[in-house]
Design a protein around this ligand. Sequence first.
Ligand code: HEC
Length: 343
Amino acid sequence: MSRLLSSPVLTIVLAAVLGLTVSYFMRTKPAPTTLPNTITTTSAHAISTPPDAEPPPTPPQPSESTEFAKIEHPHLPNVRKVTDKILAGARPEEEETFKALSELGVKTIISLDGAKPNLEVAEKYGMRYVHLPITYAQVTEQQGKEIAKALMEMPGKIYAHCPQGINRSAAAVATACVVNRTFTLEQAQRLLKAFGTSKNYKGLVTSVEKAQAAKPGELESMKVEFVSSKKVPELADAMVGMDHNWENLVREQKAKWGAPPDHPSLDPAVDSRELYAHYFELKNLASIKNKPADFHTTLHTGTLATQALAEILRVKPVDTQLADAAHARVKQSCQECHKAHRD
Ligand code: HEC
């Protein structure tokens, strides 16, 4: 295996893959924000209007710094204010995050992803969970209404999250806030922009565009049994496990394939081995039996890539160049399959 991986041809192929992956990410970078309108209005006004004239009334402009402002706090991952009652961001992993949320007045956490909510720690800080998982494919009409109702009726401040706080939580909250008439479509779209939701998730973006305000009284009279933890389909569940190891590997790569300073107990050899085991087991899931051939091909190449990564990271000291290249190939398998079969 290592002889094969160090062959010059393979190195060139891996370098090409790395290049492609990087350029793919460059494309998805959010567009630079434009200067606030107010600057141009003020200077134009100063030139053309005599000093004693009444200034023309300007409609209140949402200031970029306050609308959907990020809450700067060492334990709040990517958390932004949506309204006075709603906050949204990444999944709380550490106890400090739950504590910080409770200190902000959060009483309800809405999880929009497939991971099992940490009910114990939430309860310890006086918060309840409502689990309303959505996929990357869309926010269905029913889900939009249920989330809209939860945002209206749950007590205290509400924290809505997905793993990163960028895509699913932003799209779900934006959709639901149109459904329950908190936002206009324009506000909902500004929310997506502020959170940095990628346009590559077409289903999510379209869900916001298509969102319709509910009929008066409809959400109030709708019967929904909110539960704190829902069972998600087996493939989504397997992905949550894979994602955990993958996120660790991303951190470990940044730490030159050692333990990241802020997570000293992590070990890249363990994460790569577990990720390989997850990939290996995916093919046994009943729910993928009927997937098309390219799904199985991507799964197979991904399994080989994770196996190679695990082999490379087992040897100490780590050959960081080889590890980086194998890591890029694994990433490519995640992206390829998601592009074709998830997003
Ligand atoms: C062969 C196909 C395939 C590969 C390879 C793959 N995924 Fe997935 N992934 C899917 C599909 C399909 C879904 C949607 C499942 C659903 O919602 O039912 C998904 C969903 C997910 C989710 C969302 C789970 C949730 O909360 O609902 C995450 C996170 C994820 N994948 C991470 C990864 C990572 C990280 C990798 C690579 C290390 C990866 N996936 C590789 C097919 C794949």
